[in-house]
Ligand binder design. Structure first.
Ligand SMILES: *Cc1c(COP(=O)(O)O)cnc(C)c1O
Length: 394
């Protein structure tokens, strides 16, 4: 599609290639392999002399529609879909790095990302330095001669720390390294890291891209020479490929991404402002609040604050669990980005496998709760959270 179309249009229209039946909705091609007309055509496809599908571990037309649509939304030259968000991070690291190289990663990333870089990549000879805080000089100091990848999640999970993507891109460029941004919390509807100078965008499509909590998926996006050679080369051989069914579900999710993100951001801001007024709450973390330490940067870099609100409950774990256990509407589940509001106690769940020292370094207290705001009525959500709070001693 031409570049002139705006995001909302691209979200519903881009990537479609109709079959001979002229279907209006995107077709779902559930097939593991594709048939060749002749031995010569099979040879030409395998030999890369003729474009076309061979086997769904490599490419599949439904997966391709999803990849092209997400690429259009992120403004990326190339997109490779993966089986999950972690498969995207795995394909990025394994596809682009080798033993002896080094990663600089923000300490406040998704728990499994810390685990993957810190233990699994380490076993393969890739060391990671985790940087606490958003101060750019700390990133500069962490860079080594062999640094190949800078990895950041912004806003971070669950503390919603905001990192200056443009400034990190300068650090990466000077170091001869690639800057990868996990754009899970914002999605392309609110933030486009490539336009700010990042080299790679990572997605857990499981979250806002599907947006309805149905399937797992992921994606790696960026320039063709980086993504196609390294990441796709790894994926087609190693195999953490997105299934066509999941691709179809997620690409239909993309159609409503913009309106969901807008509605969930508006509701999250209202909830964050309300939480700030509650006596039992010590601190609220939300980039859309003027009290957020990087509020200005967030508003420059993002369209709005996004759908995730975290907060410290006075009284630690016991008081936090009381709020969780008194909800009747909000789901107690680790997922986020769903139309149904979810609540998590990170210290005992998503970040439970990280050592207490690492959790403390990341600023993750025992009283911290994370709410991913869905599409329910905001007053119903406040009532649901207030129930456990009314018993909280201030
Ligand atoms: C969930 C999540 C991931 C991992 O995605 P999966 O689809 O669960 O594998 C990575 N990064 C962030 C920020 C996430 O929230």
């Amino acid at each position: 599609m031409t570049d002139d179309y705006k995001l909302e249009t691209l979200a519903v229209r881009s990537g479609i290639e109709r079959s001979q039946f002229g279907e209006h909705s995107e077709a779902l091609y559930l097939t593991s392999s594709f048939v060749f007309k002749s031995a010569a055509q099979a040879a030409a496809r395998f030999g890369n002399q003729e474009p076309g599908n061979i086997y769904s571990r490599f490419t599949n037309p439904t997966v391709t529609v999803f990849e092209q649509r997400l690429a259009a939304l992120e403004g990326a030259e190339c997109c490779v879909a993966t089986a999950s968000g972690m498969a995207a991070i795995t394909a990025c690291a394994m596809g682009l790095m080798k033993a002896g190289e080094h990663i600089v990663c923000s300490a406040g990333v998704f728990g499994a990302t810390v685990q993957f870089f810190g233990t699994i990549m380490k076993r393969f000879g890739v060391d990671t330095t985790f940087v606490s805080g958003t101060d750019i000089t700390r990133w500069q100091a962490a860079v080594q001669k062999n640094t190949r990848l800078l990895f950041v999640e912004t806003p971070s999970n669950p503390l919603t720390e905001v990192y200056d993507i443009a400034a990190l891109a300068v650090v990466a460029k000077k170091a001869g390294a690639l800057l990868a941004v996990d754009n899970c919390f914002c999605s392309p509807a609110l933030q486009q890291p490539l336009a700010l100078g990042a080299d790679i965008v990572i997605h857990s499509a499981t979250k806002y891209l599907d947006g309805q909590g149905r399937v797992l998926g992921g994606a790696v996006l960026g320039k063709k020479n980086v993504i196609h050679e390294g990441v796709f080369g790894f994926l087609r051989t190693a195999g953490p490929t997105l299934s066509p069914f999941n691709a179809w579900v997620i690409l239909k999710g993309l159609e409503t991404l913009g309106i969901r993100m807008a509605a969930q951001s508006t509701a999250a801001l209202e909830l964050a402002q309300w939480l700030e007024q509650q006596p039992g709450i010590a601190r609220v973390y939300y980039p859309g609040l003027s009290s957020h330490p990087q509020h200005e940067l967030a508003m420059r870099q993002q369209k709005s604050g996004g759908g995730i609100v975290s907060f410290d409950v006075k009284g630690g774990k016991e008081a936090a669990w009381r709020i969780v256990d008194n909800t009747r509407l909000i789901s107690i589940t680790a997922n986020l980005g769903d139309t149904k509001t979810t609540i998590t106690h990170p210290a005992s769940t998503t970040h439970g496998r990280i050592s207490p020292e690492a959790r403390a370094a990341a600023g993750l207290g025992d009283g911290l709760l994370r709410v991913a705001v869905g599409l329910e009525n905001i007053e119903d959500l406040k009532t649901d959270l207030a129930r456990g709070m009314s018993q909280t001693k201030g």
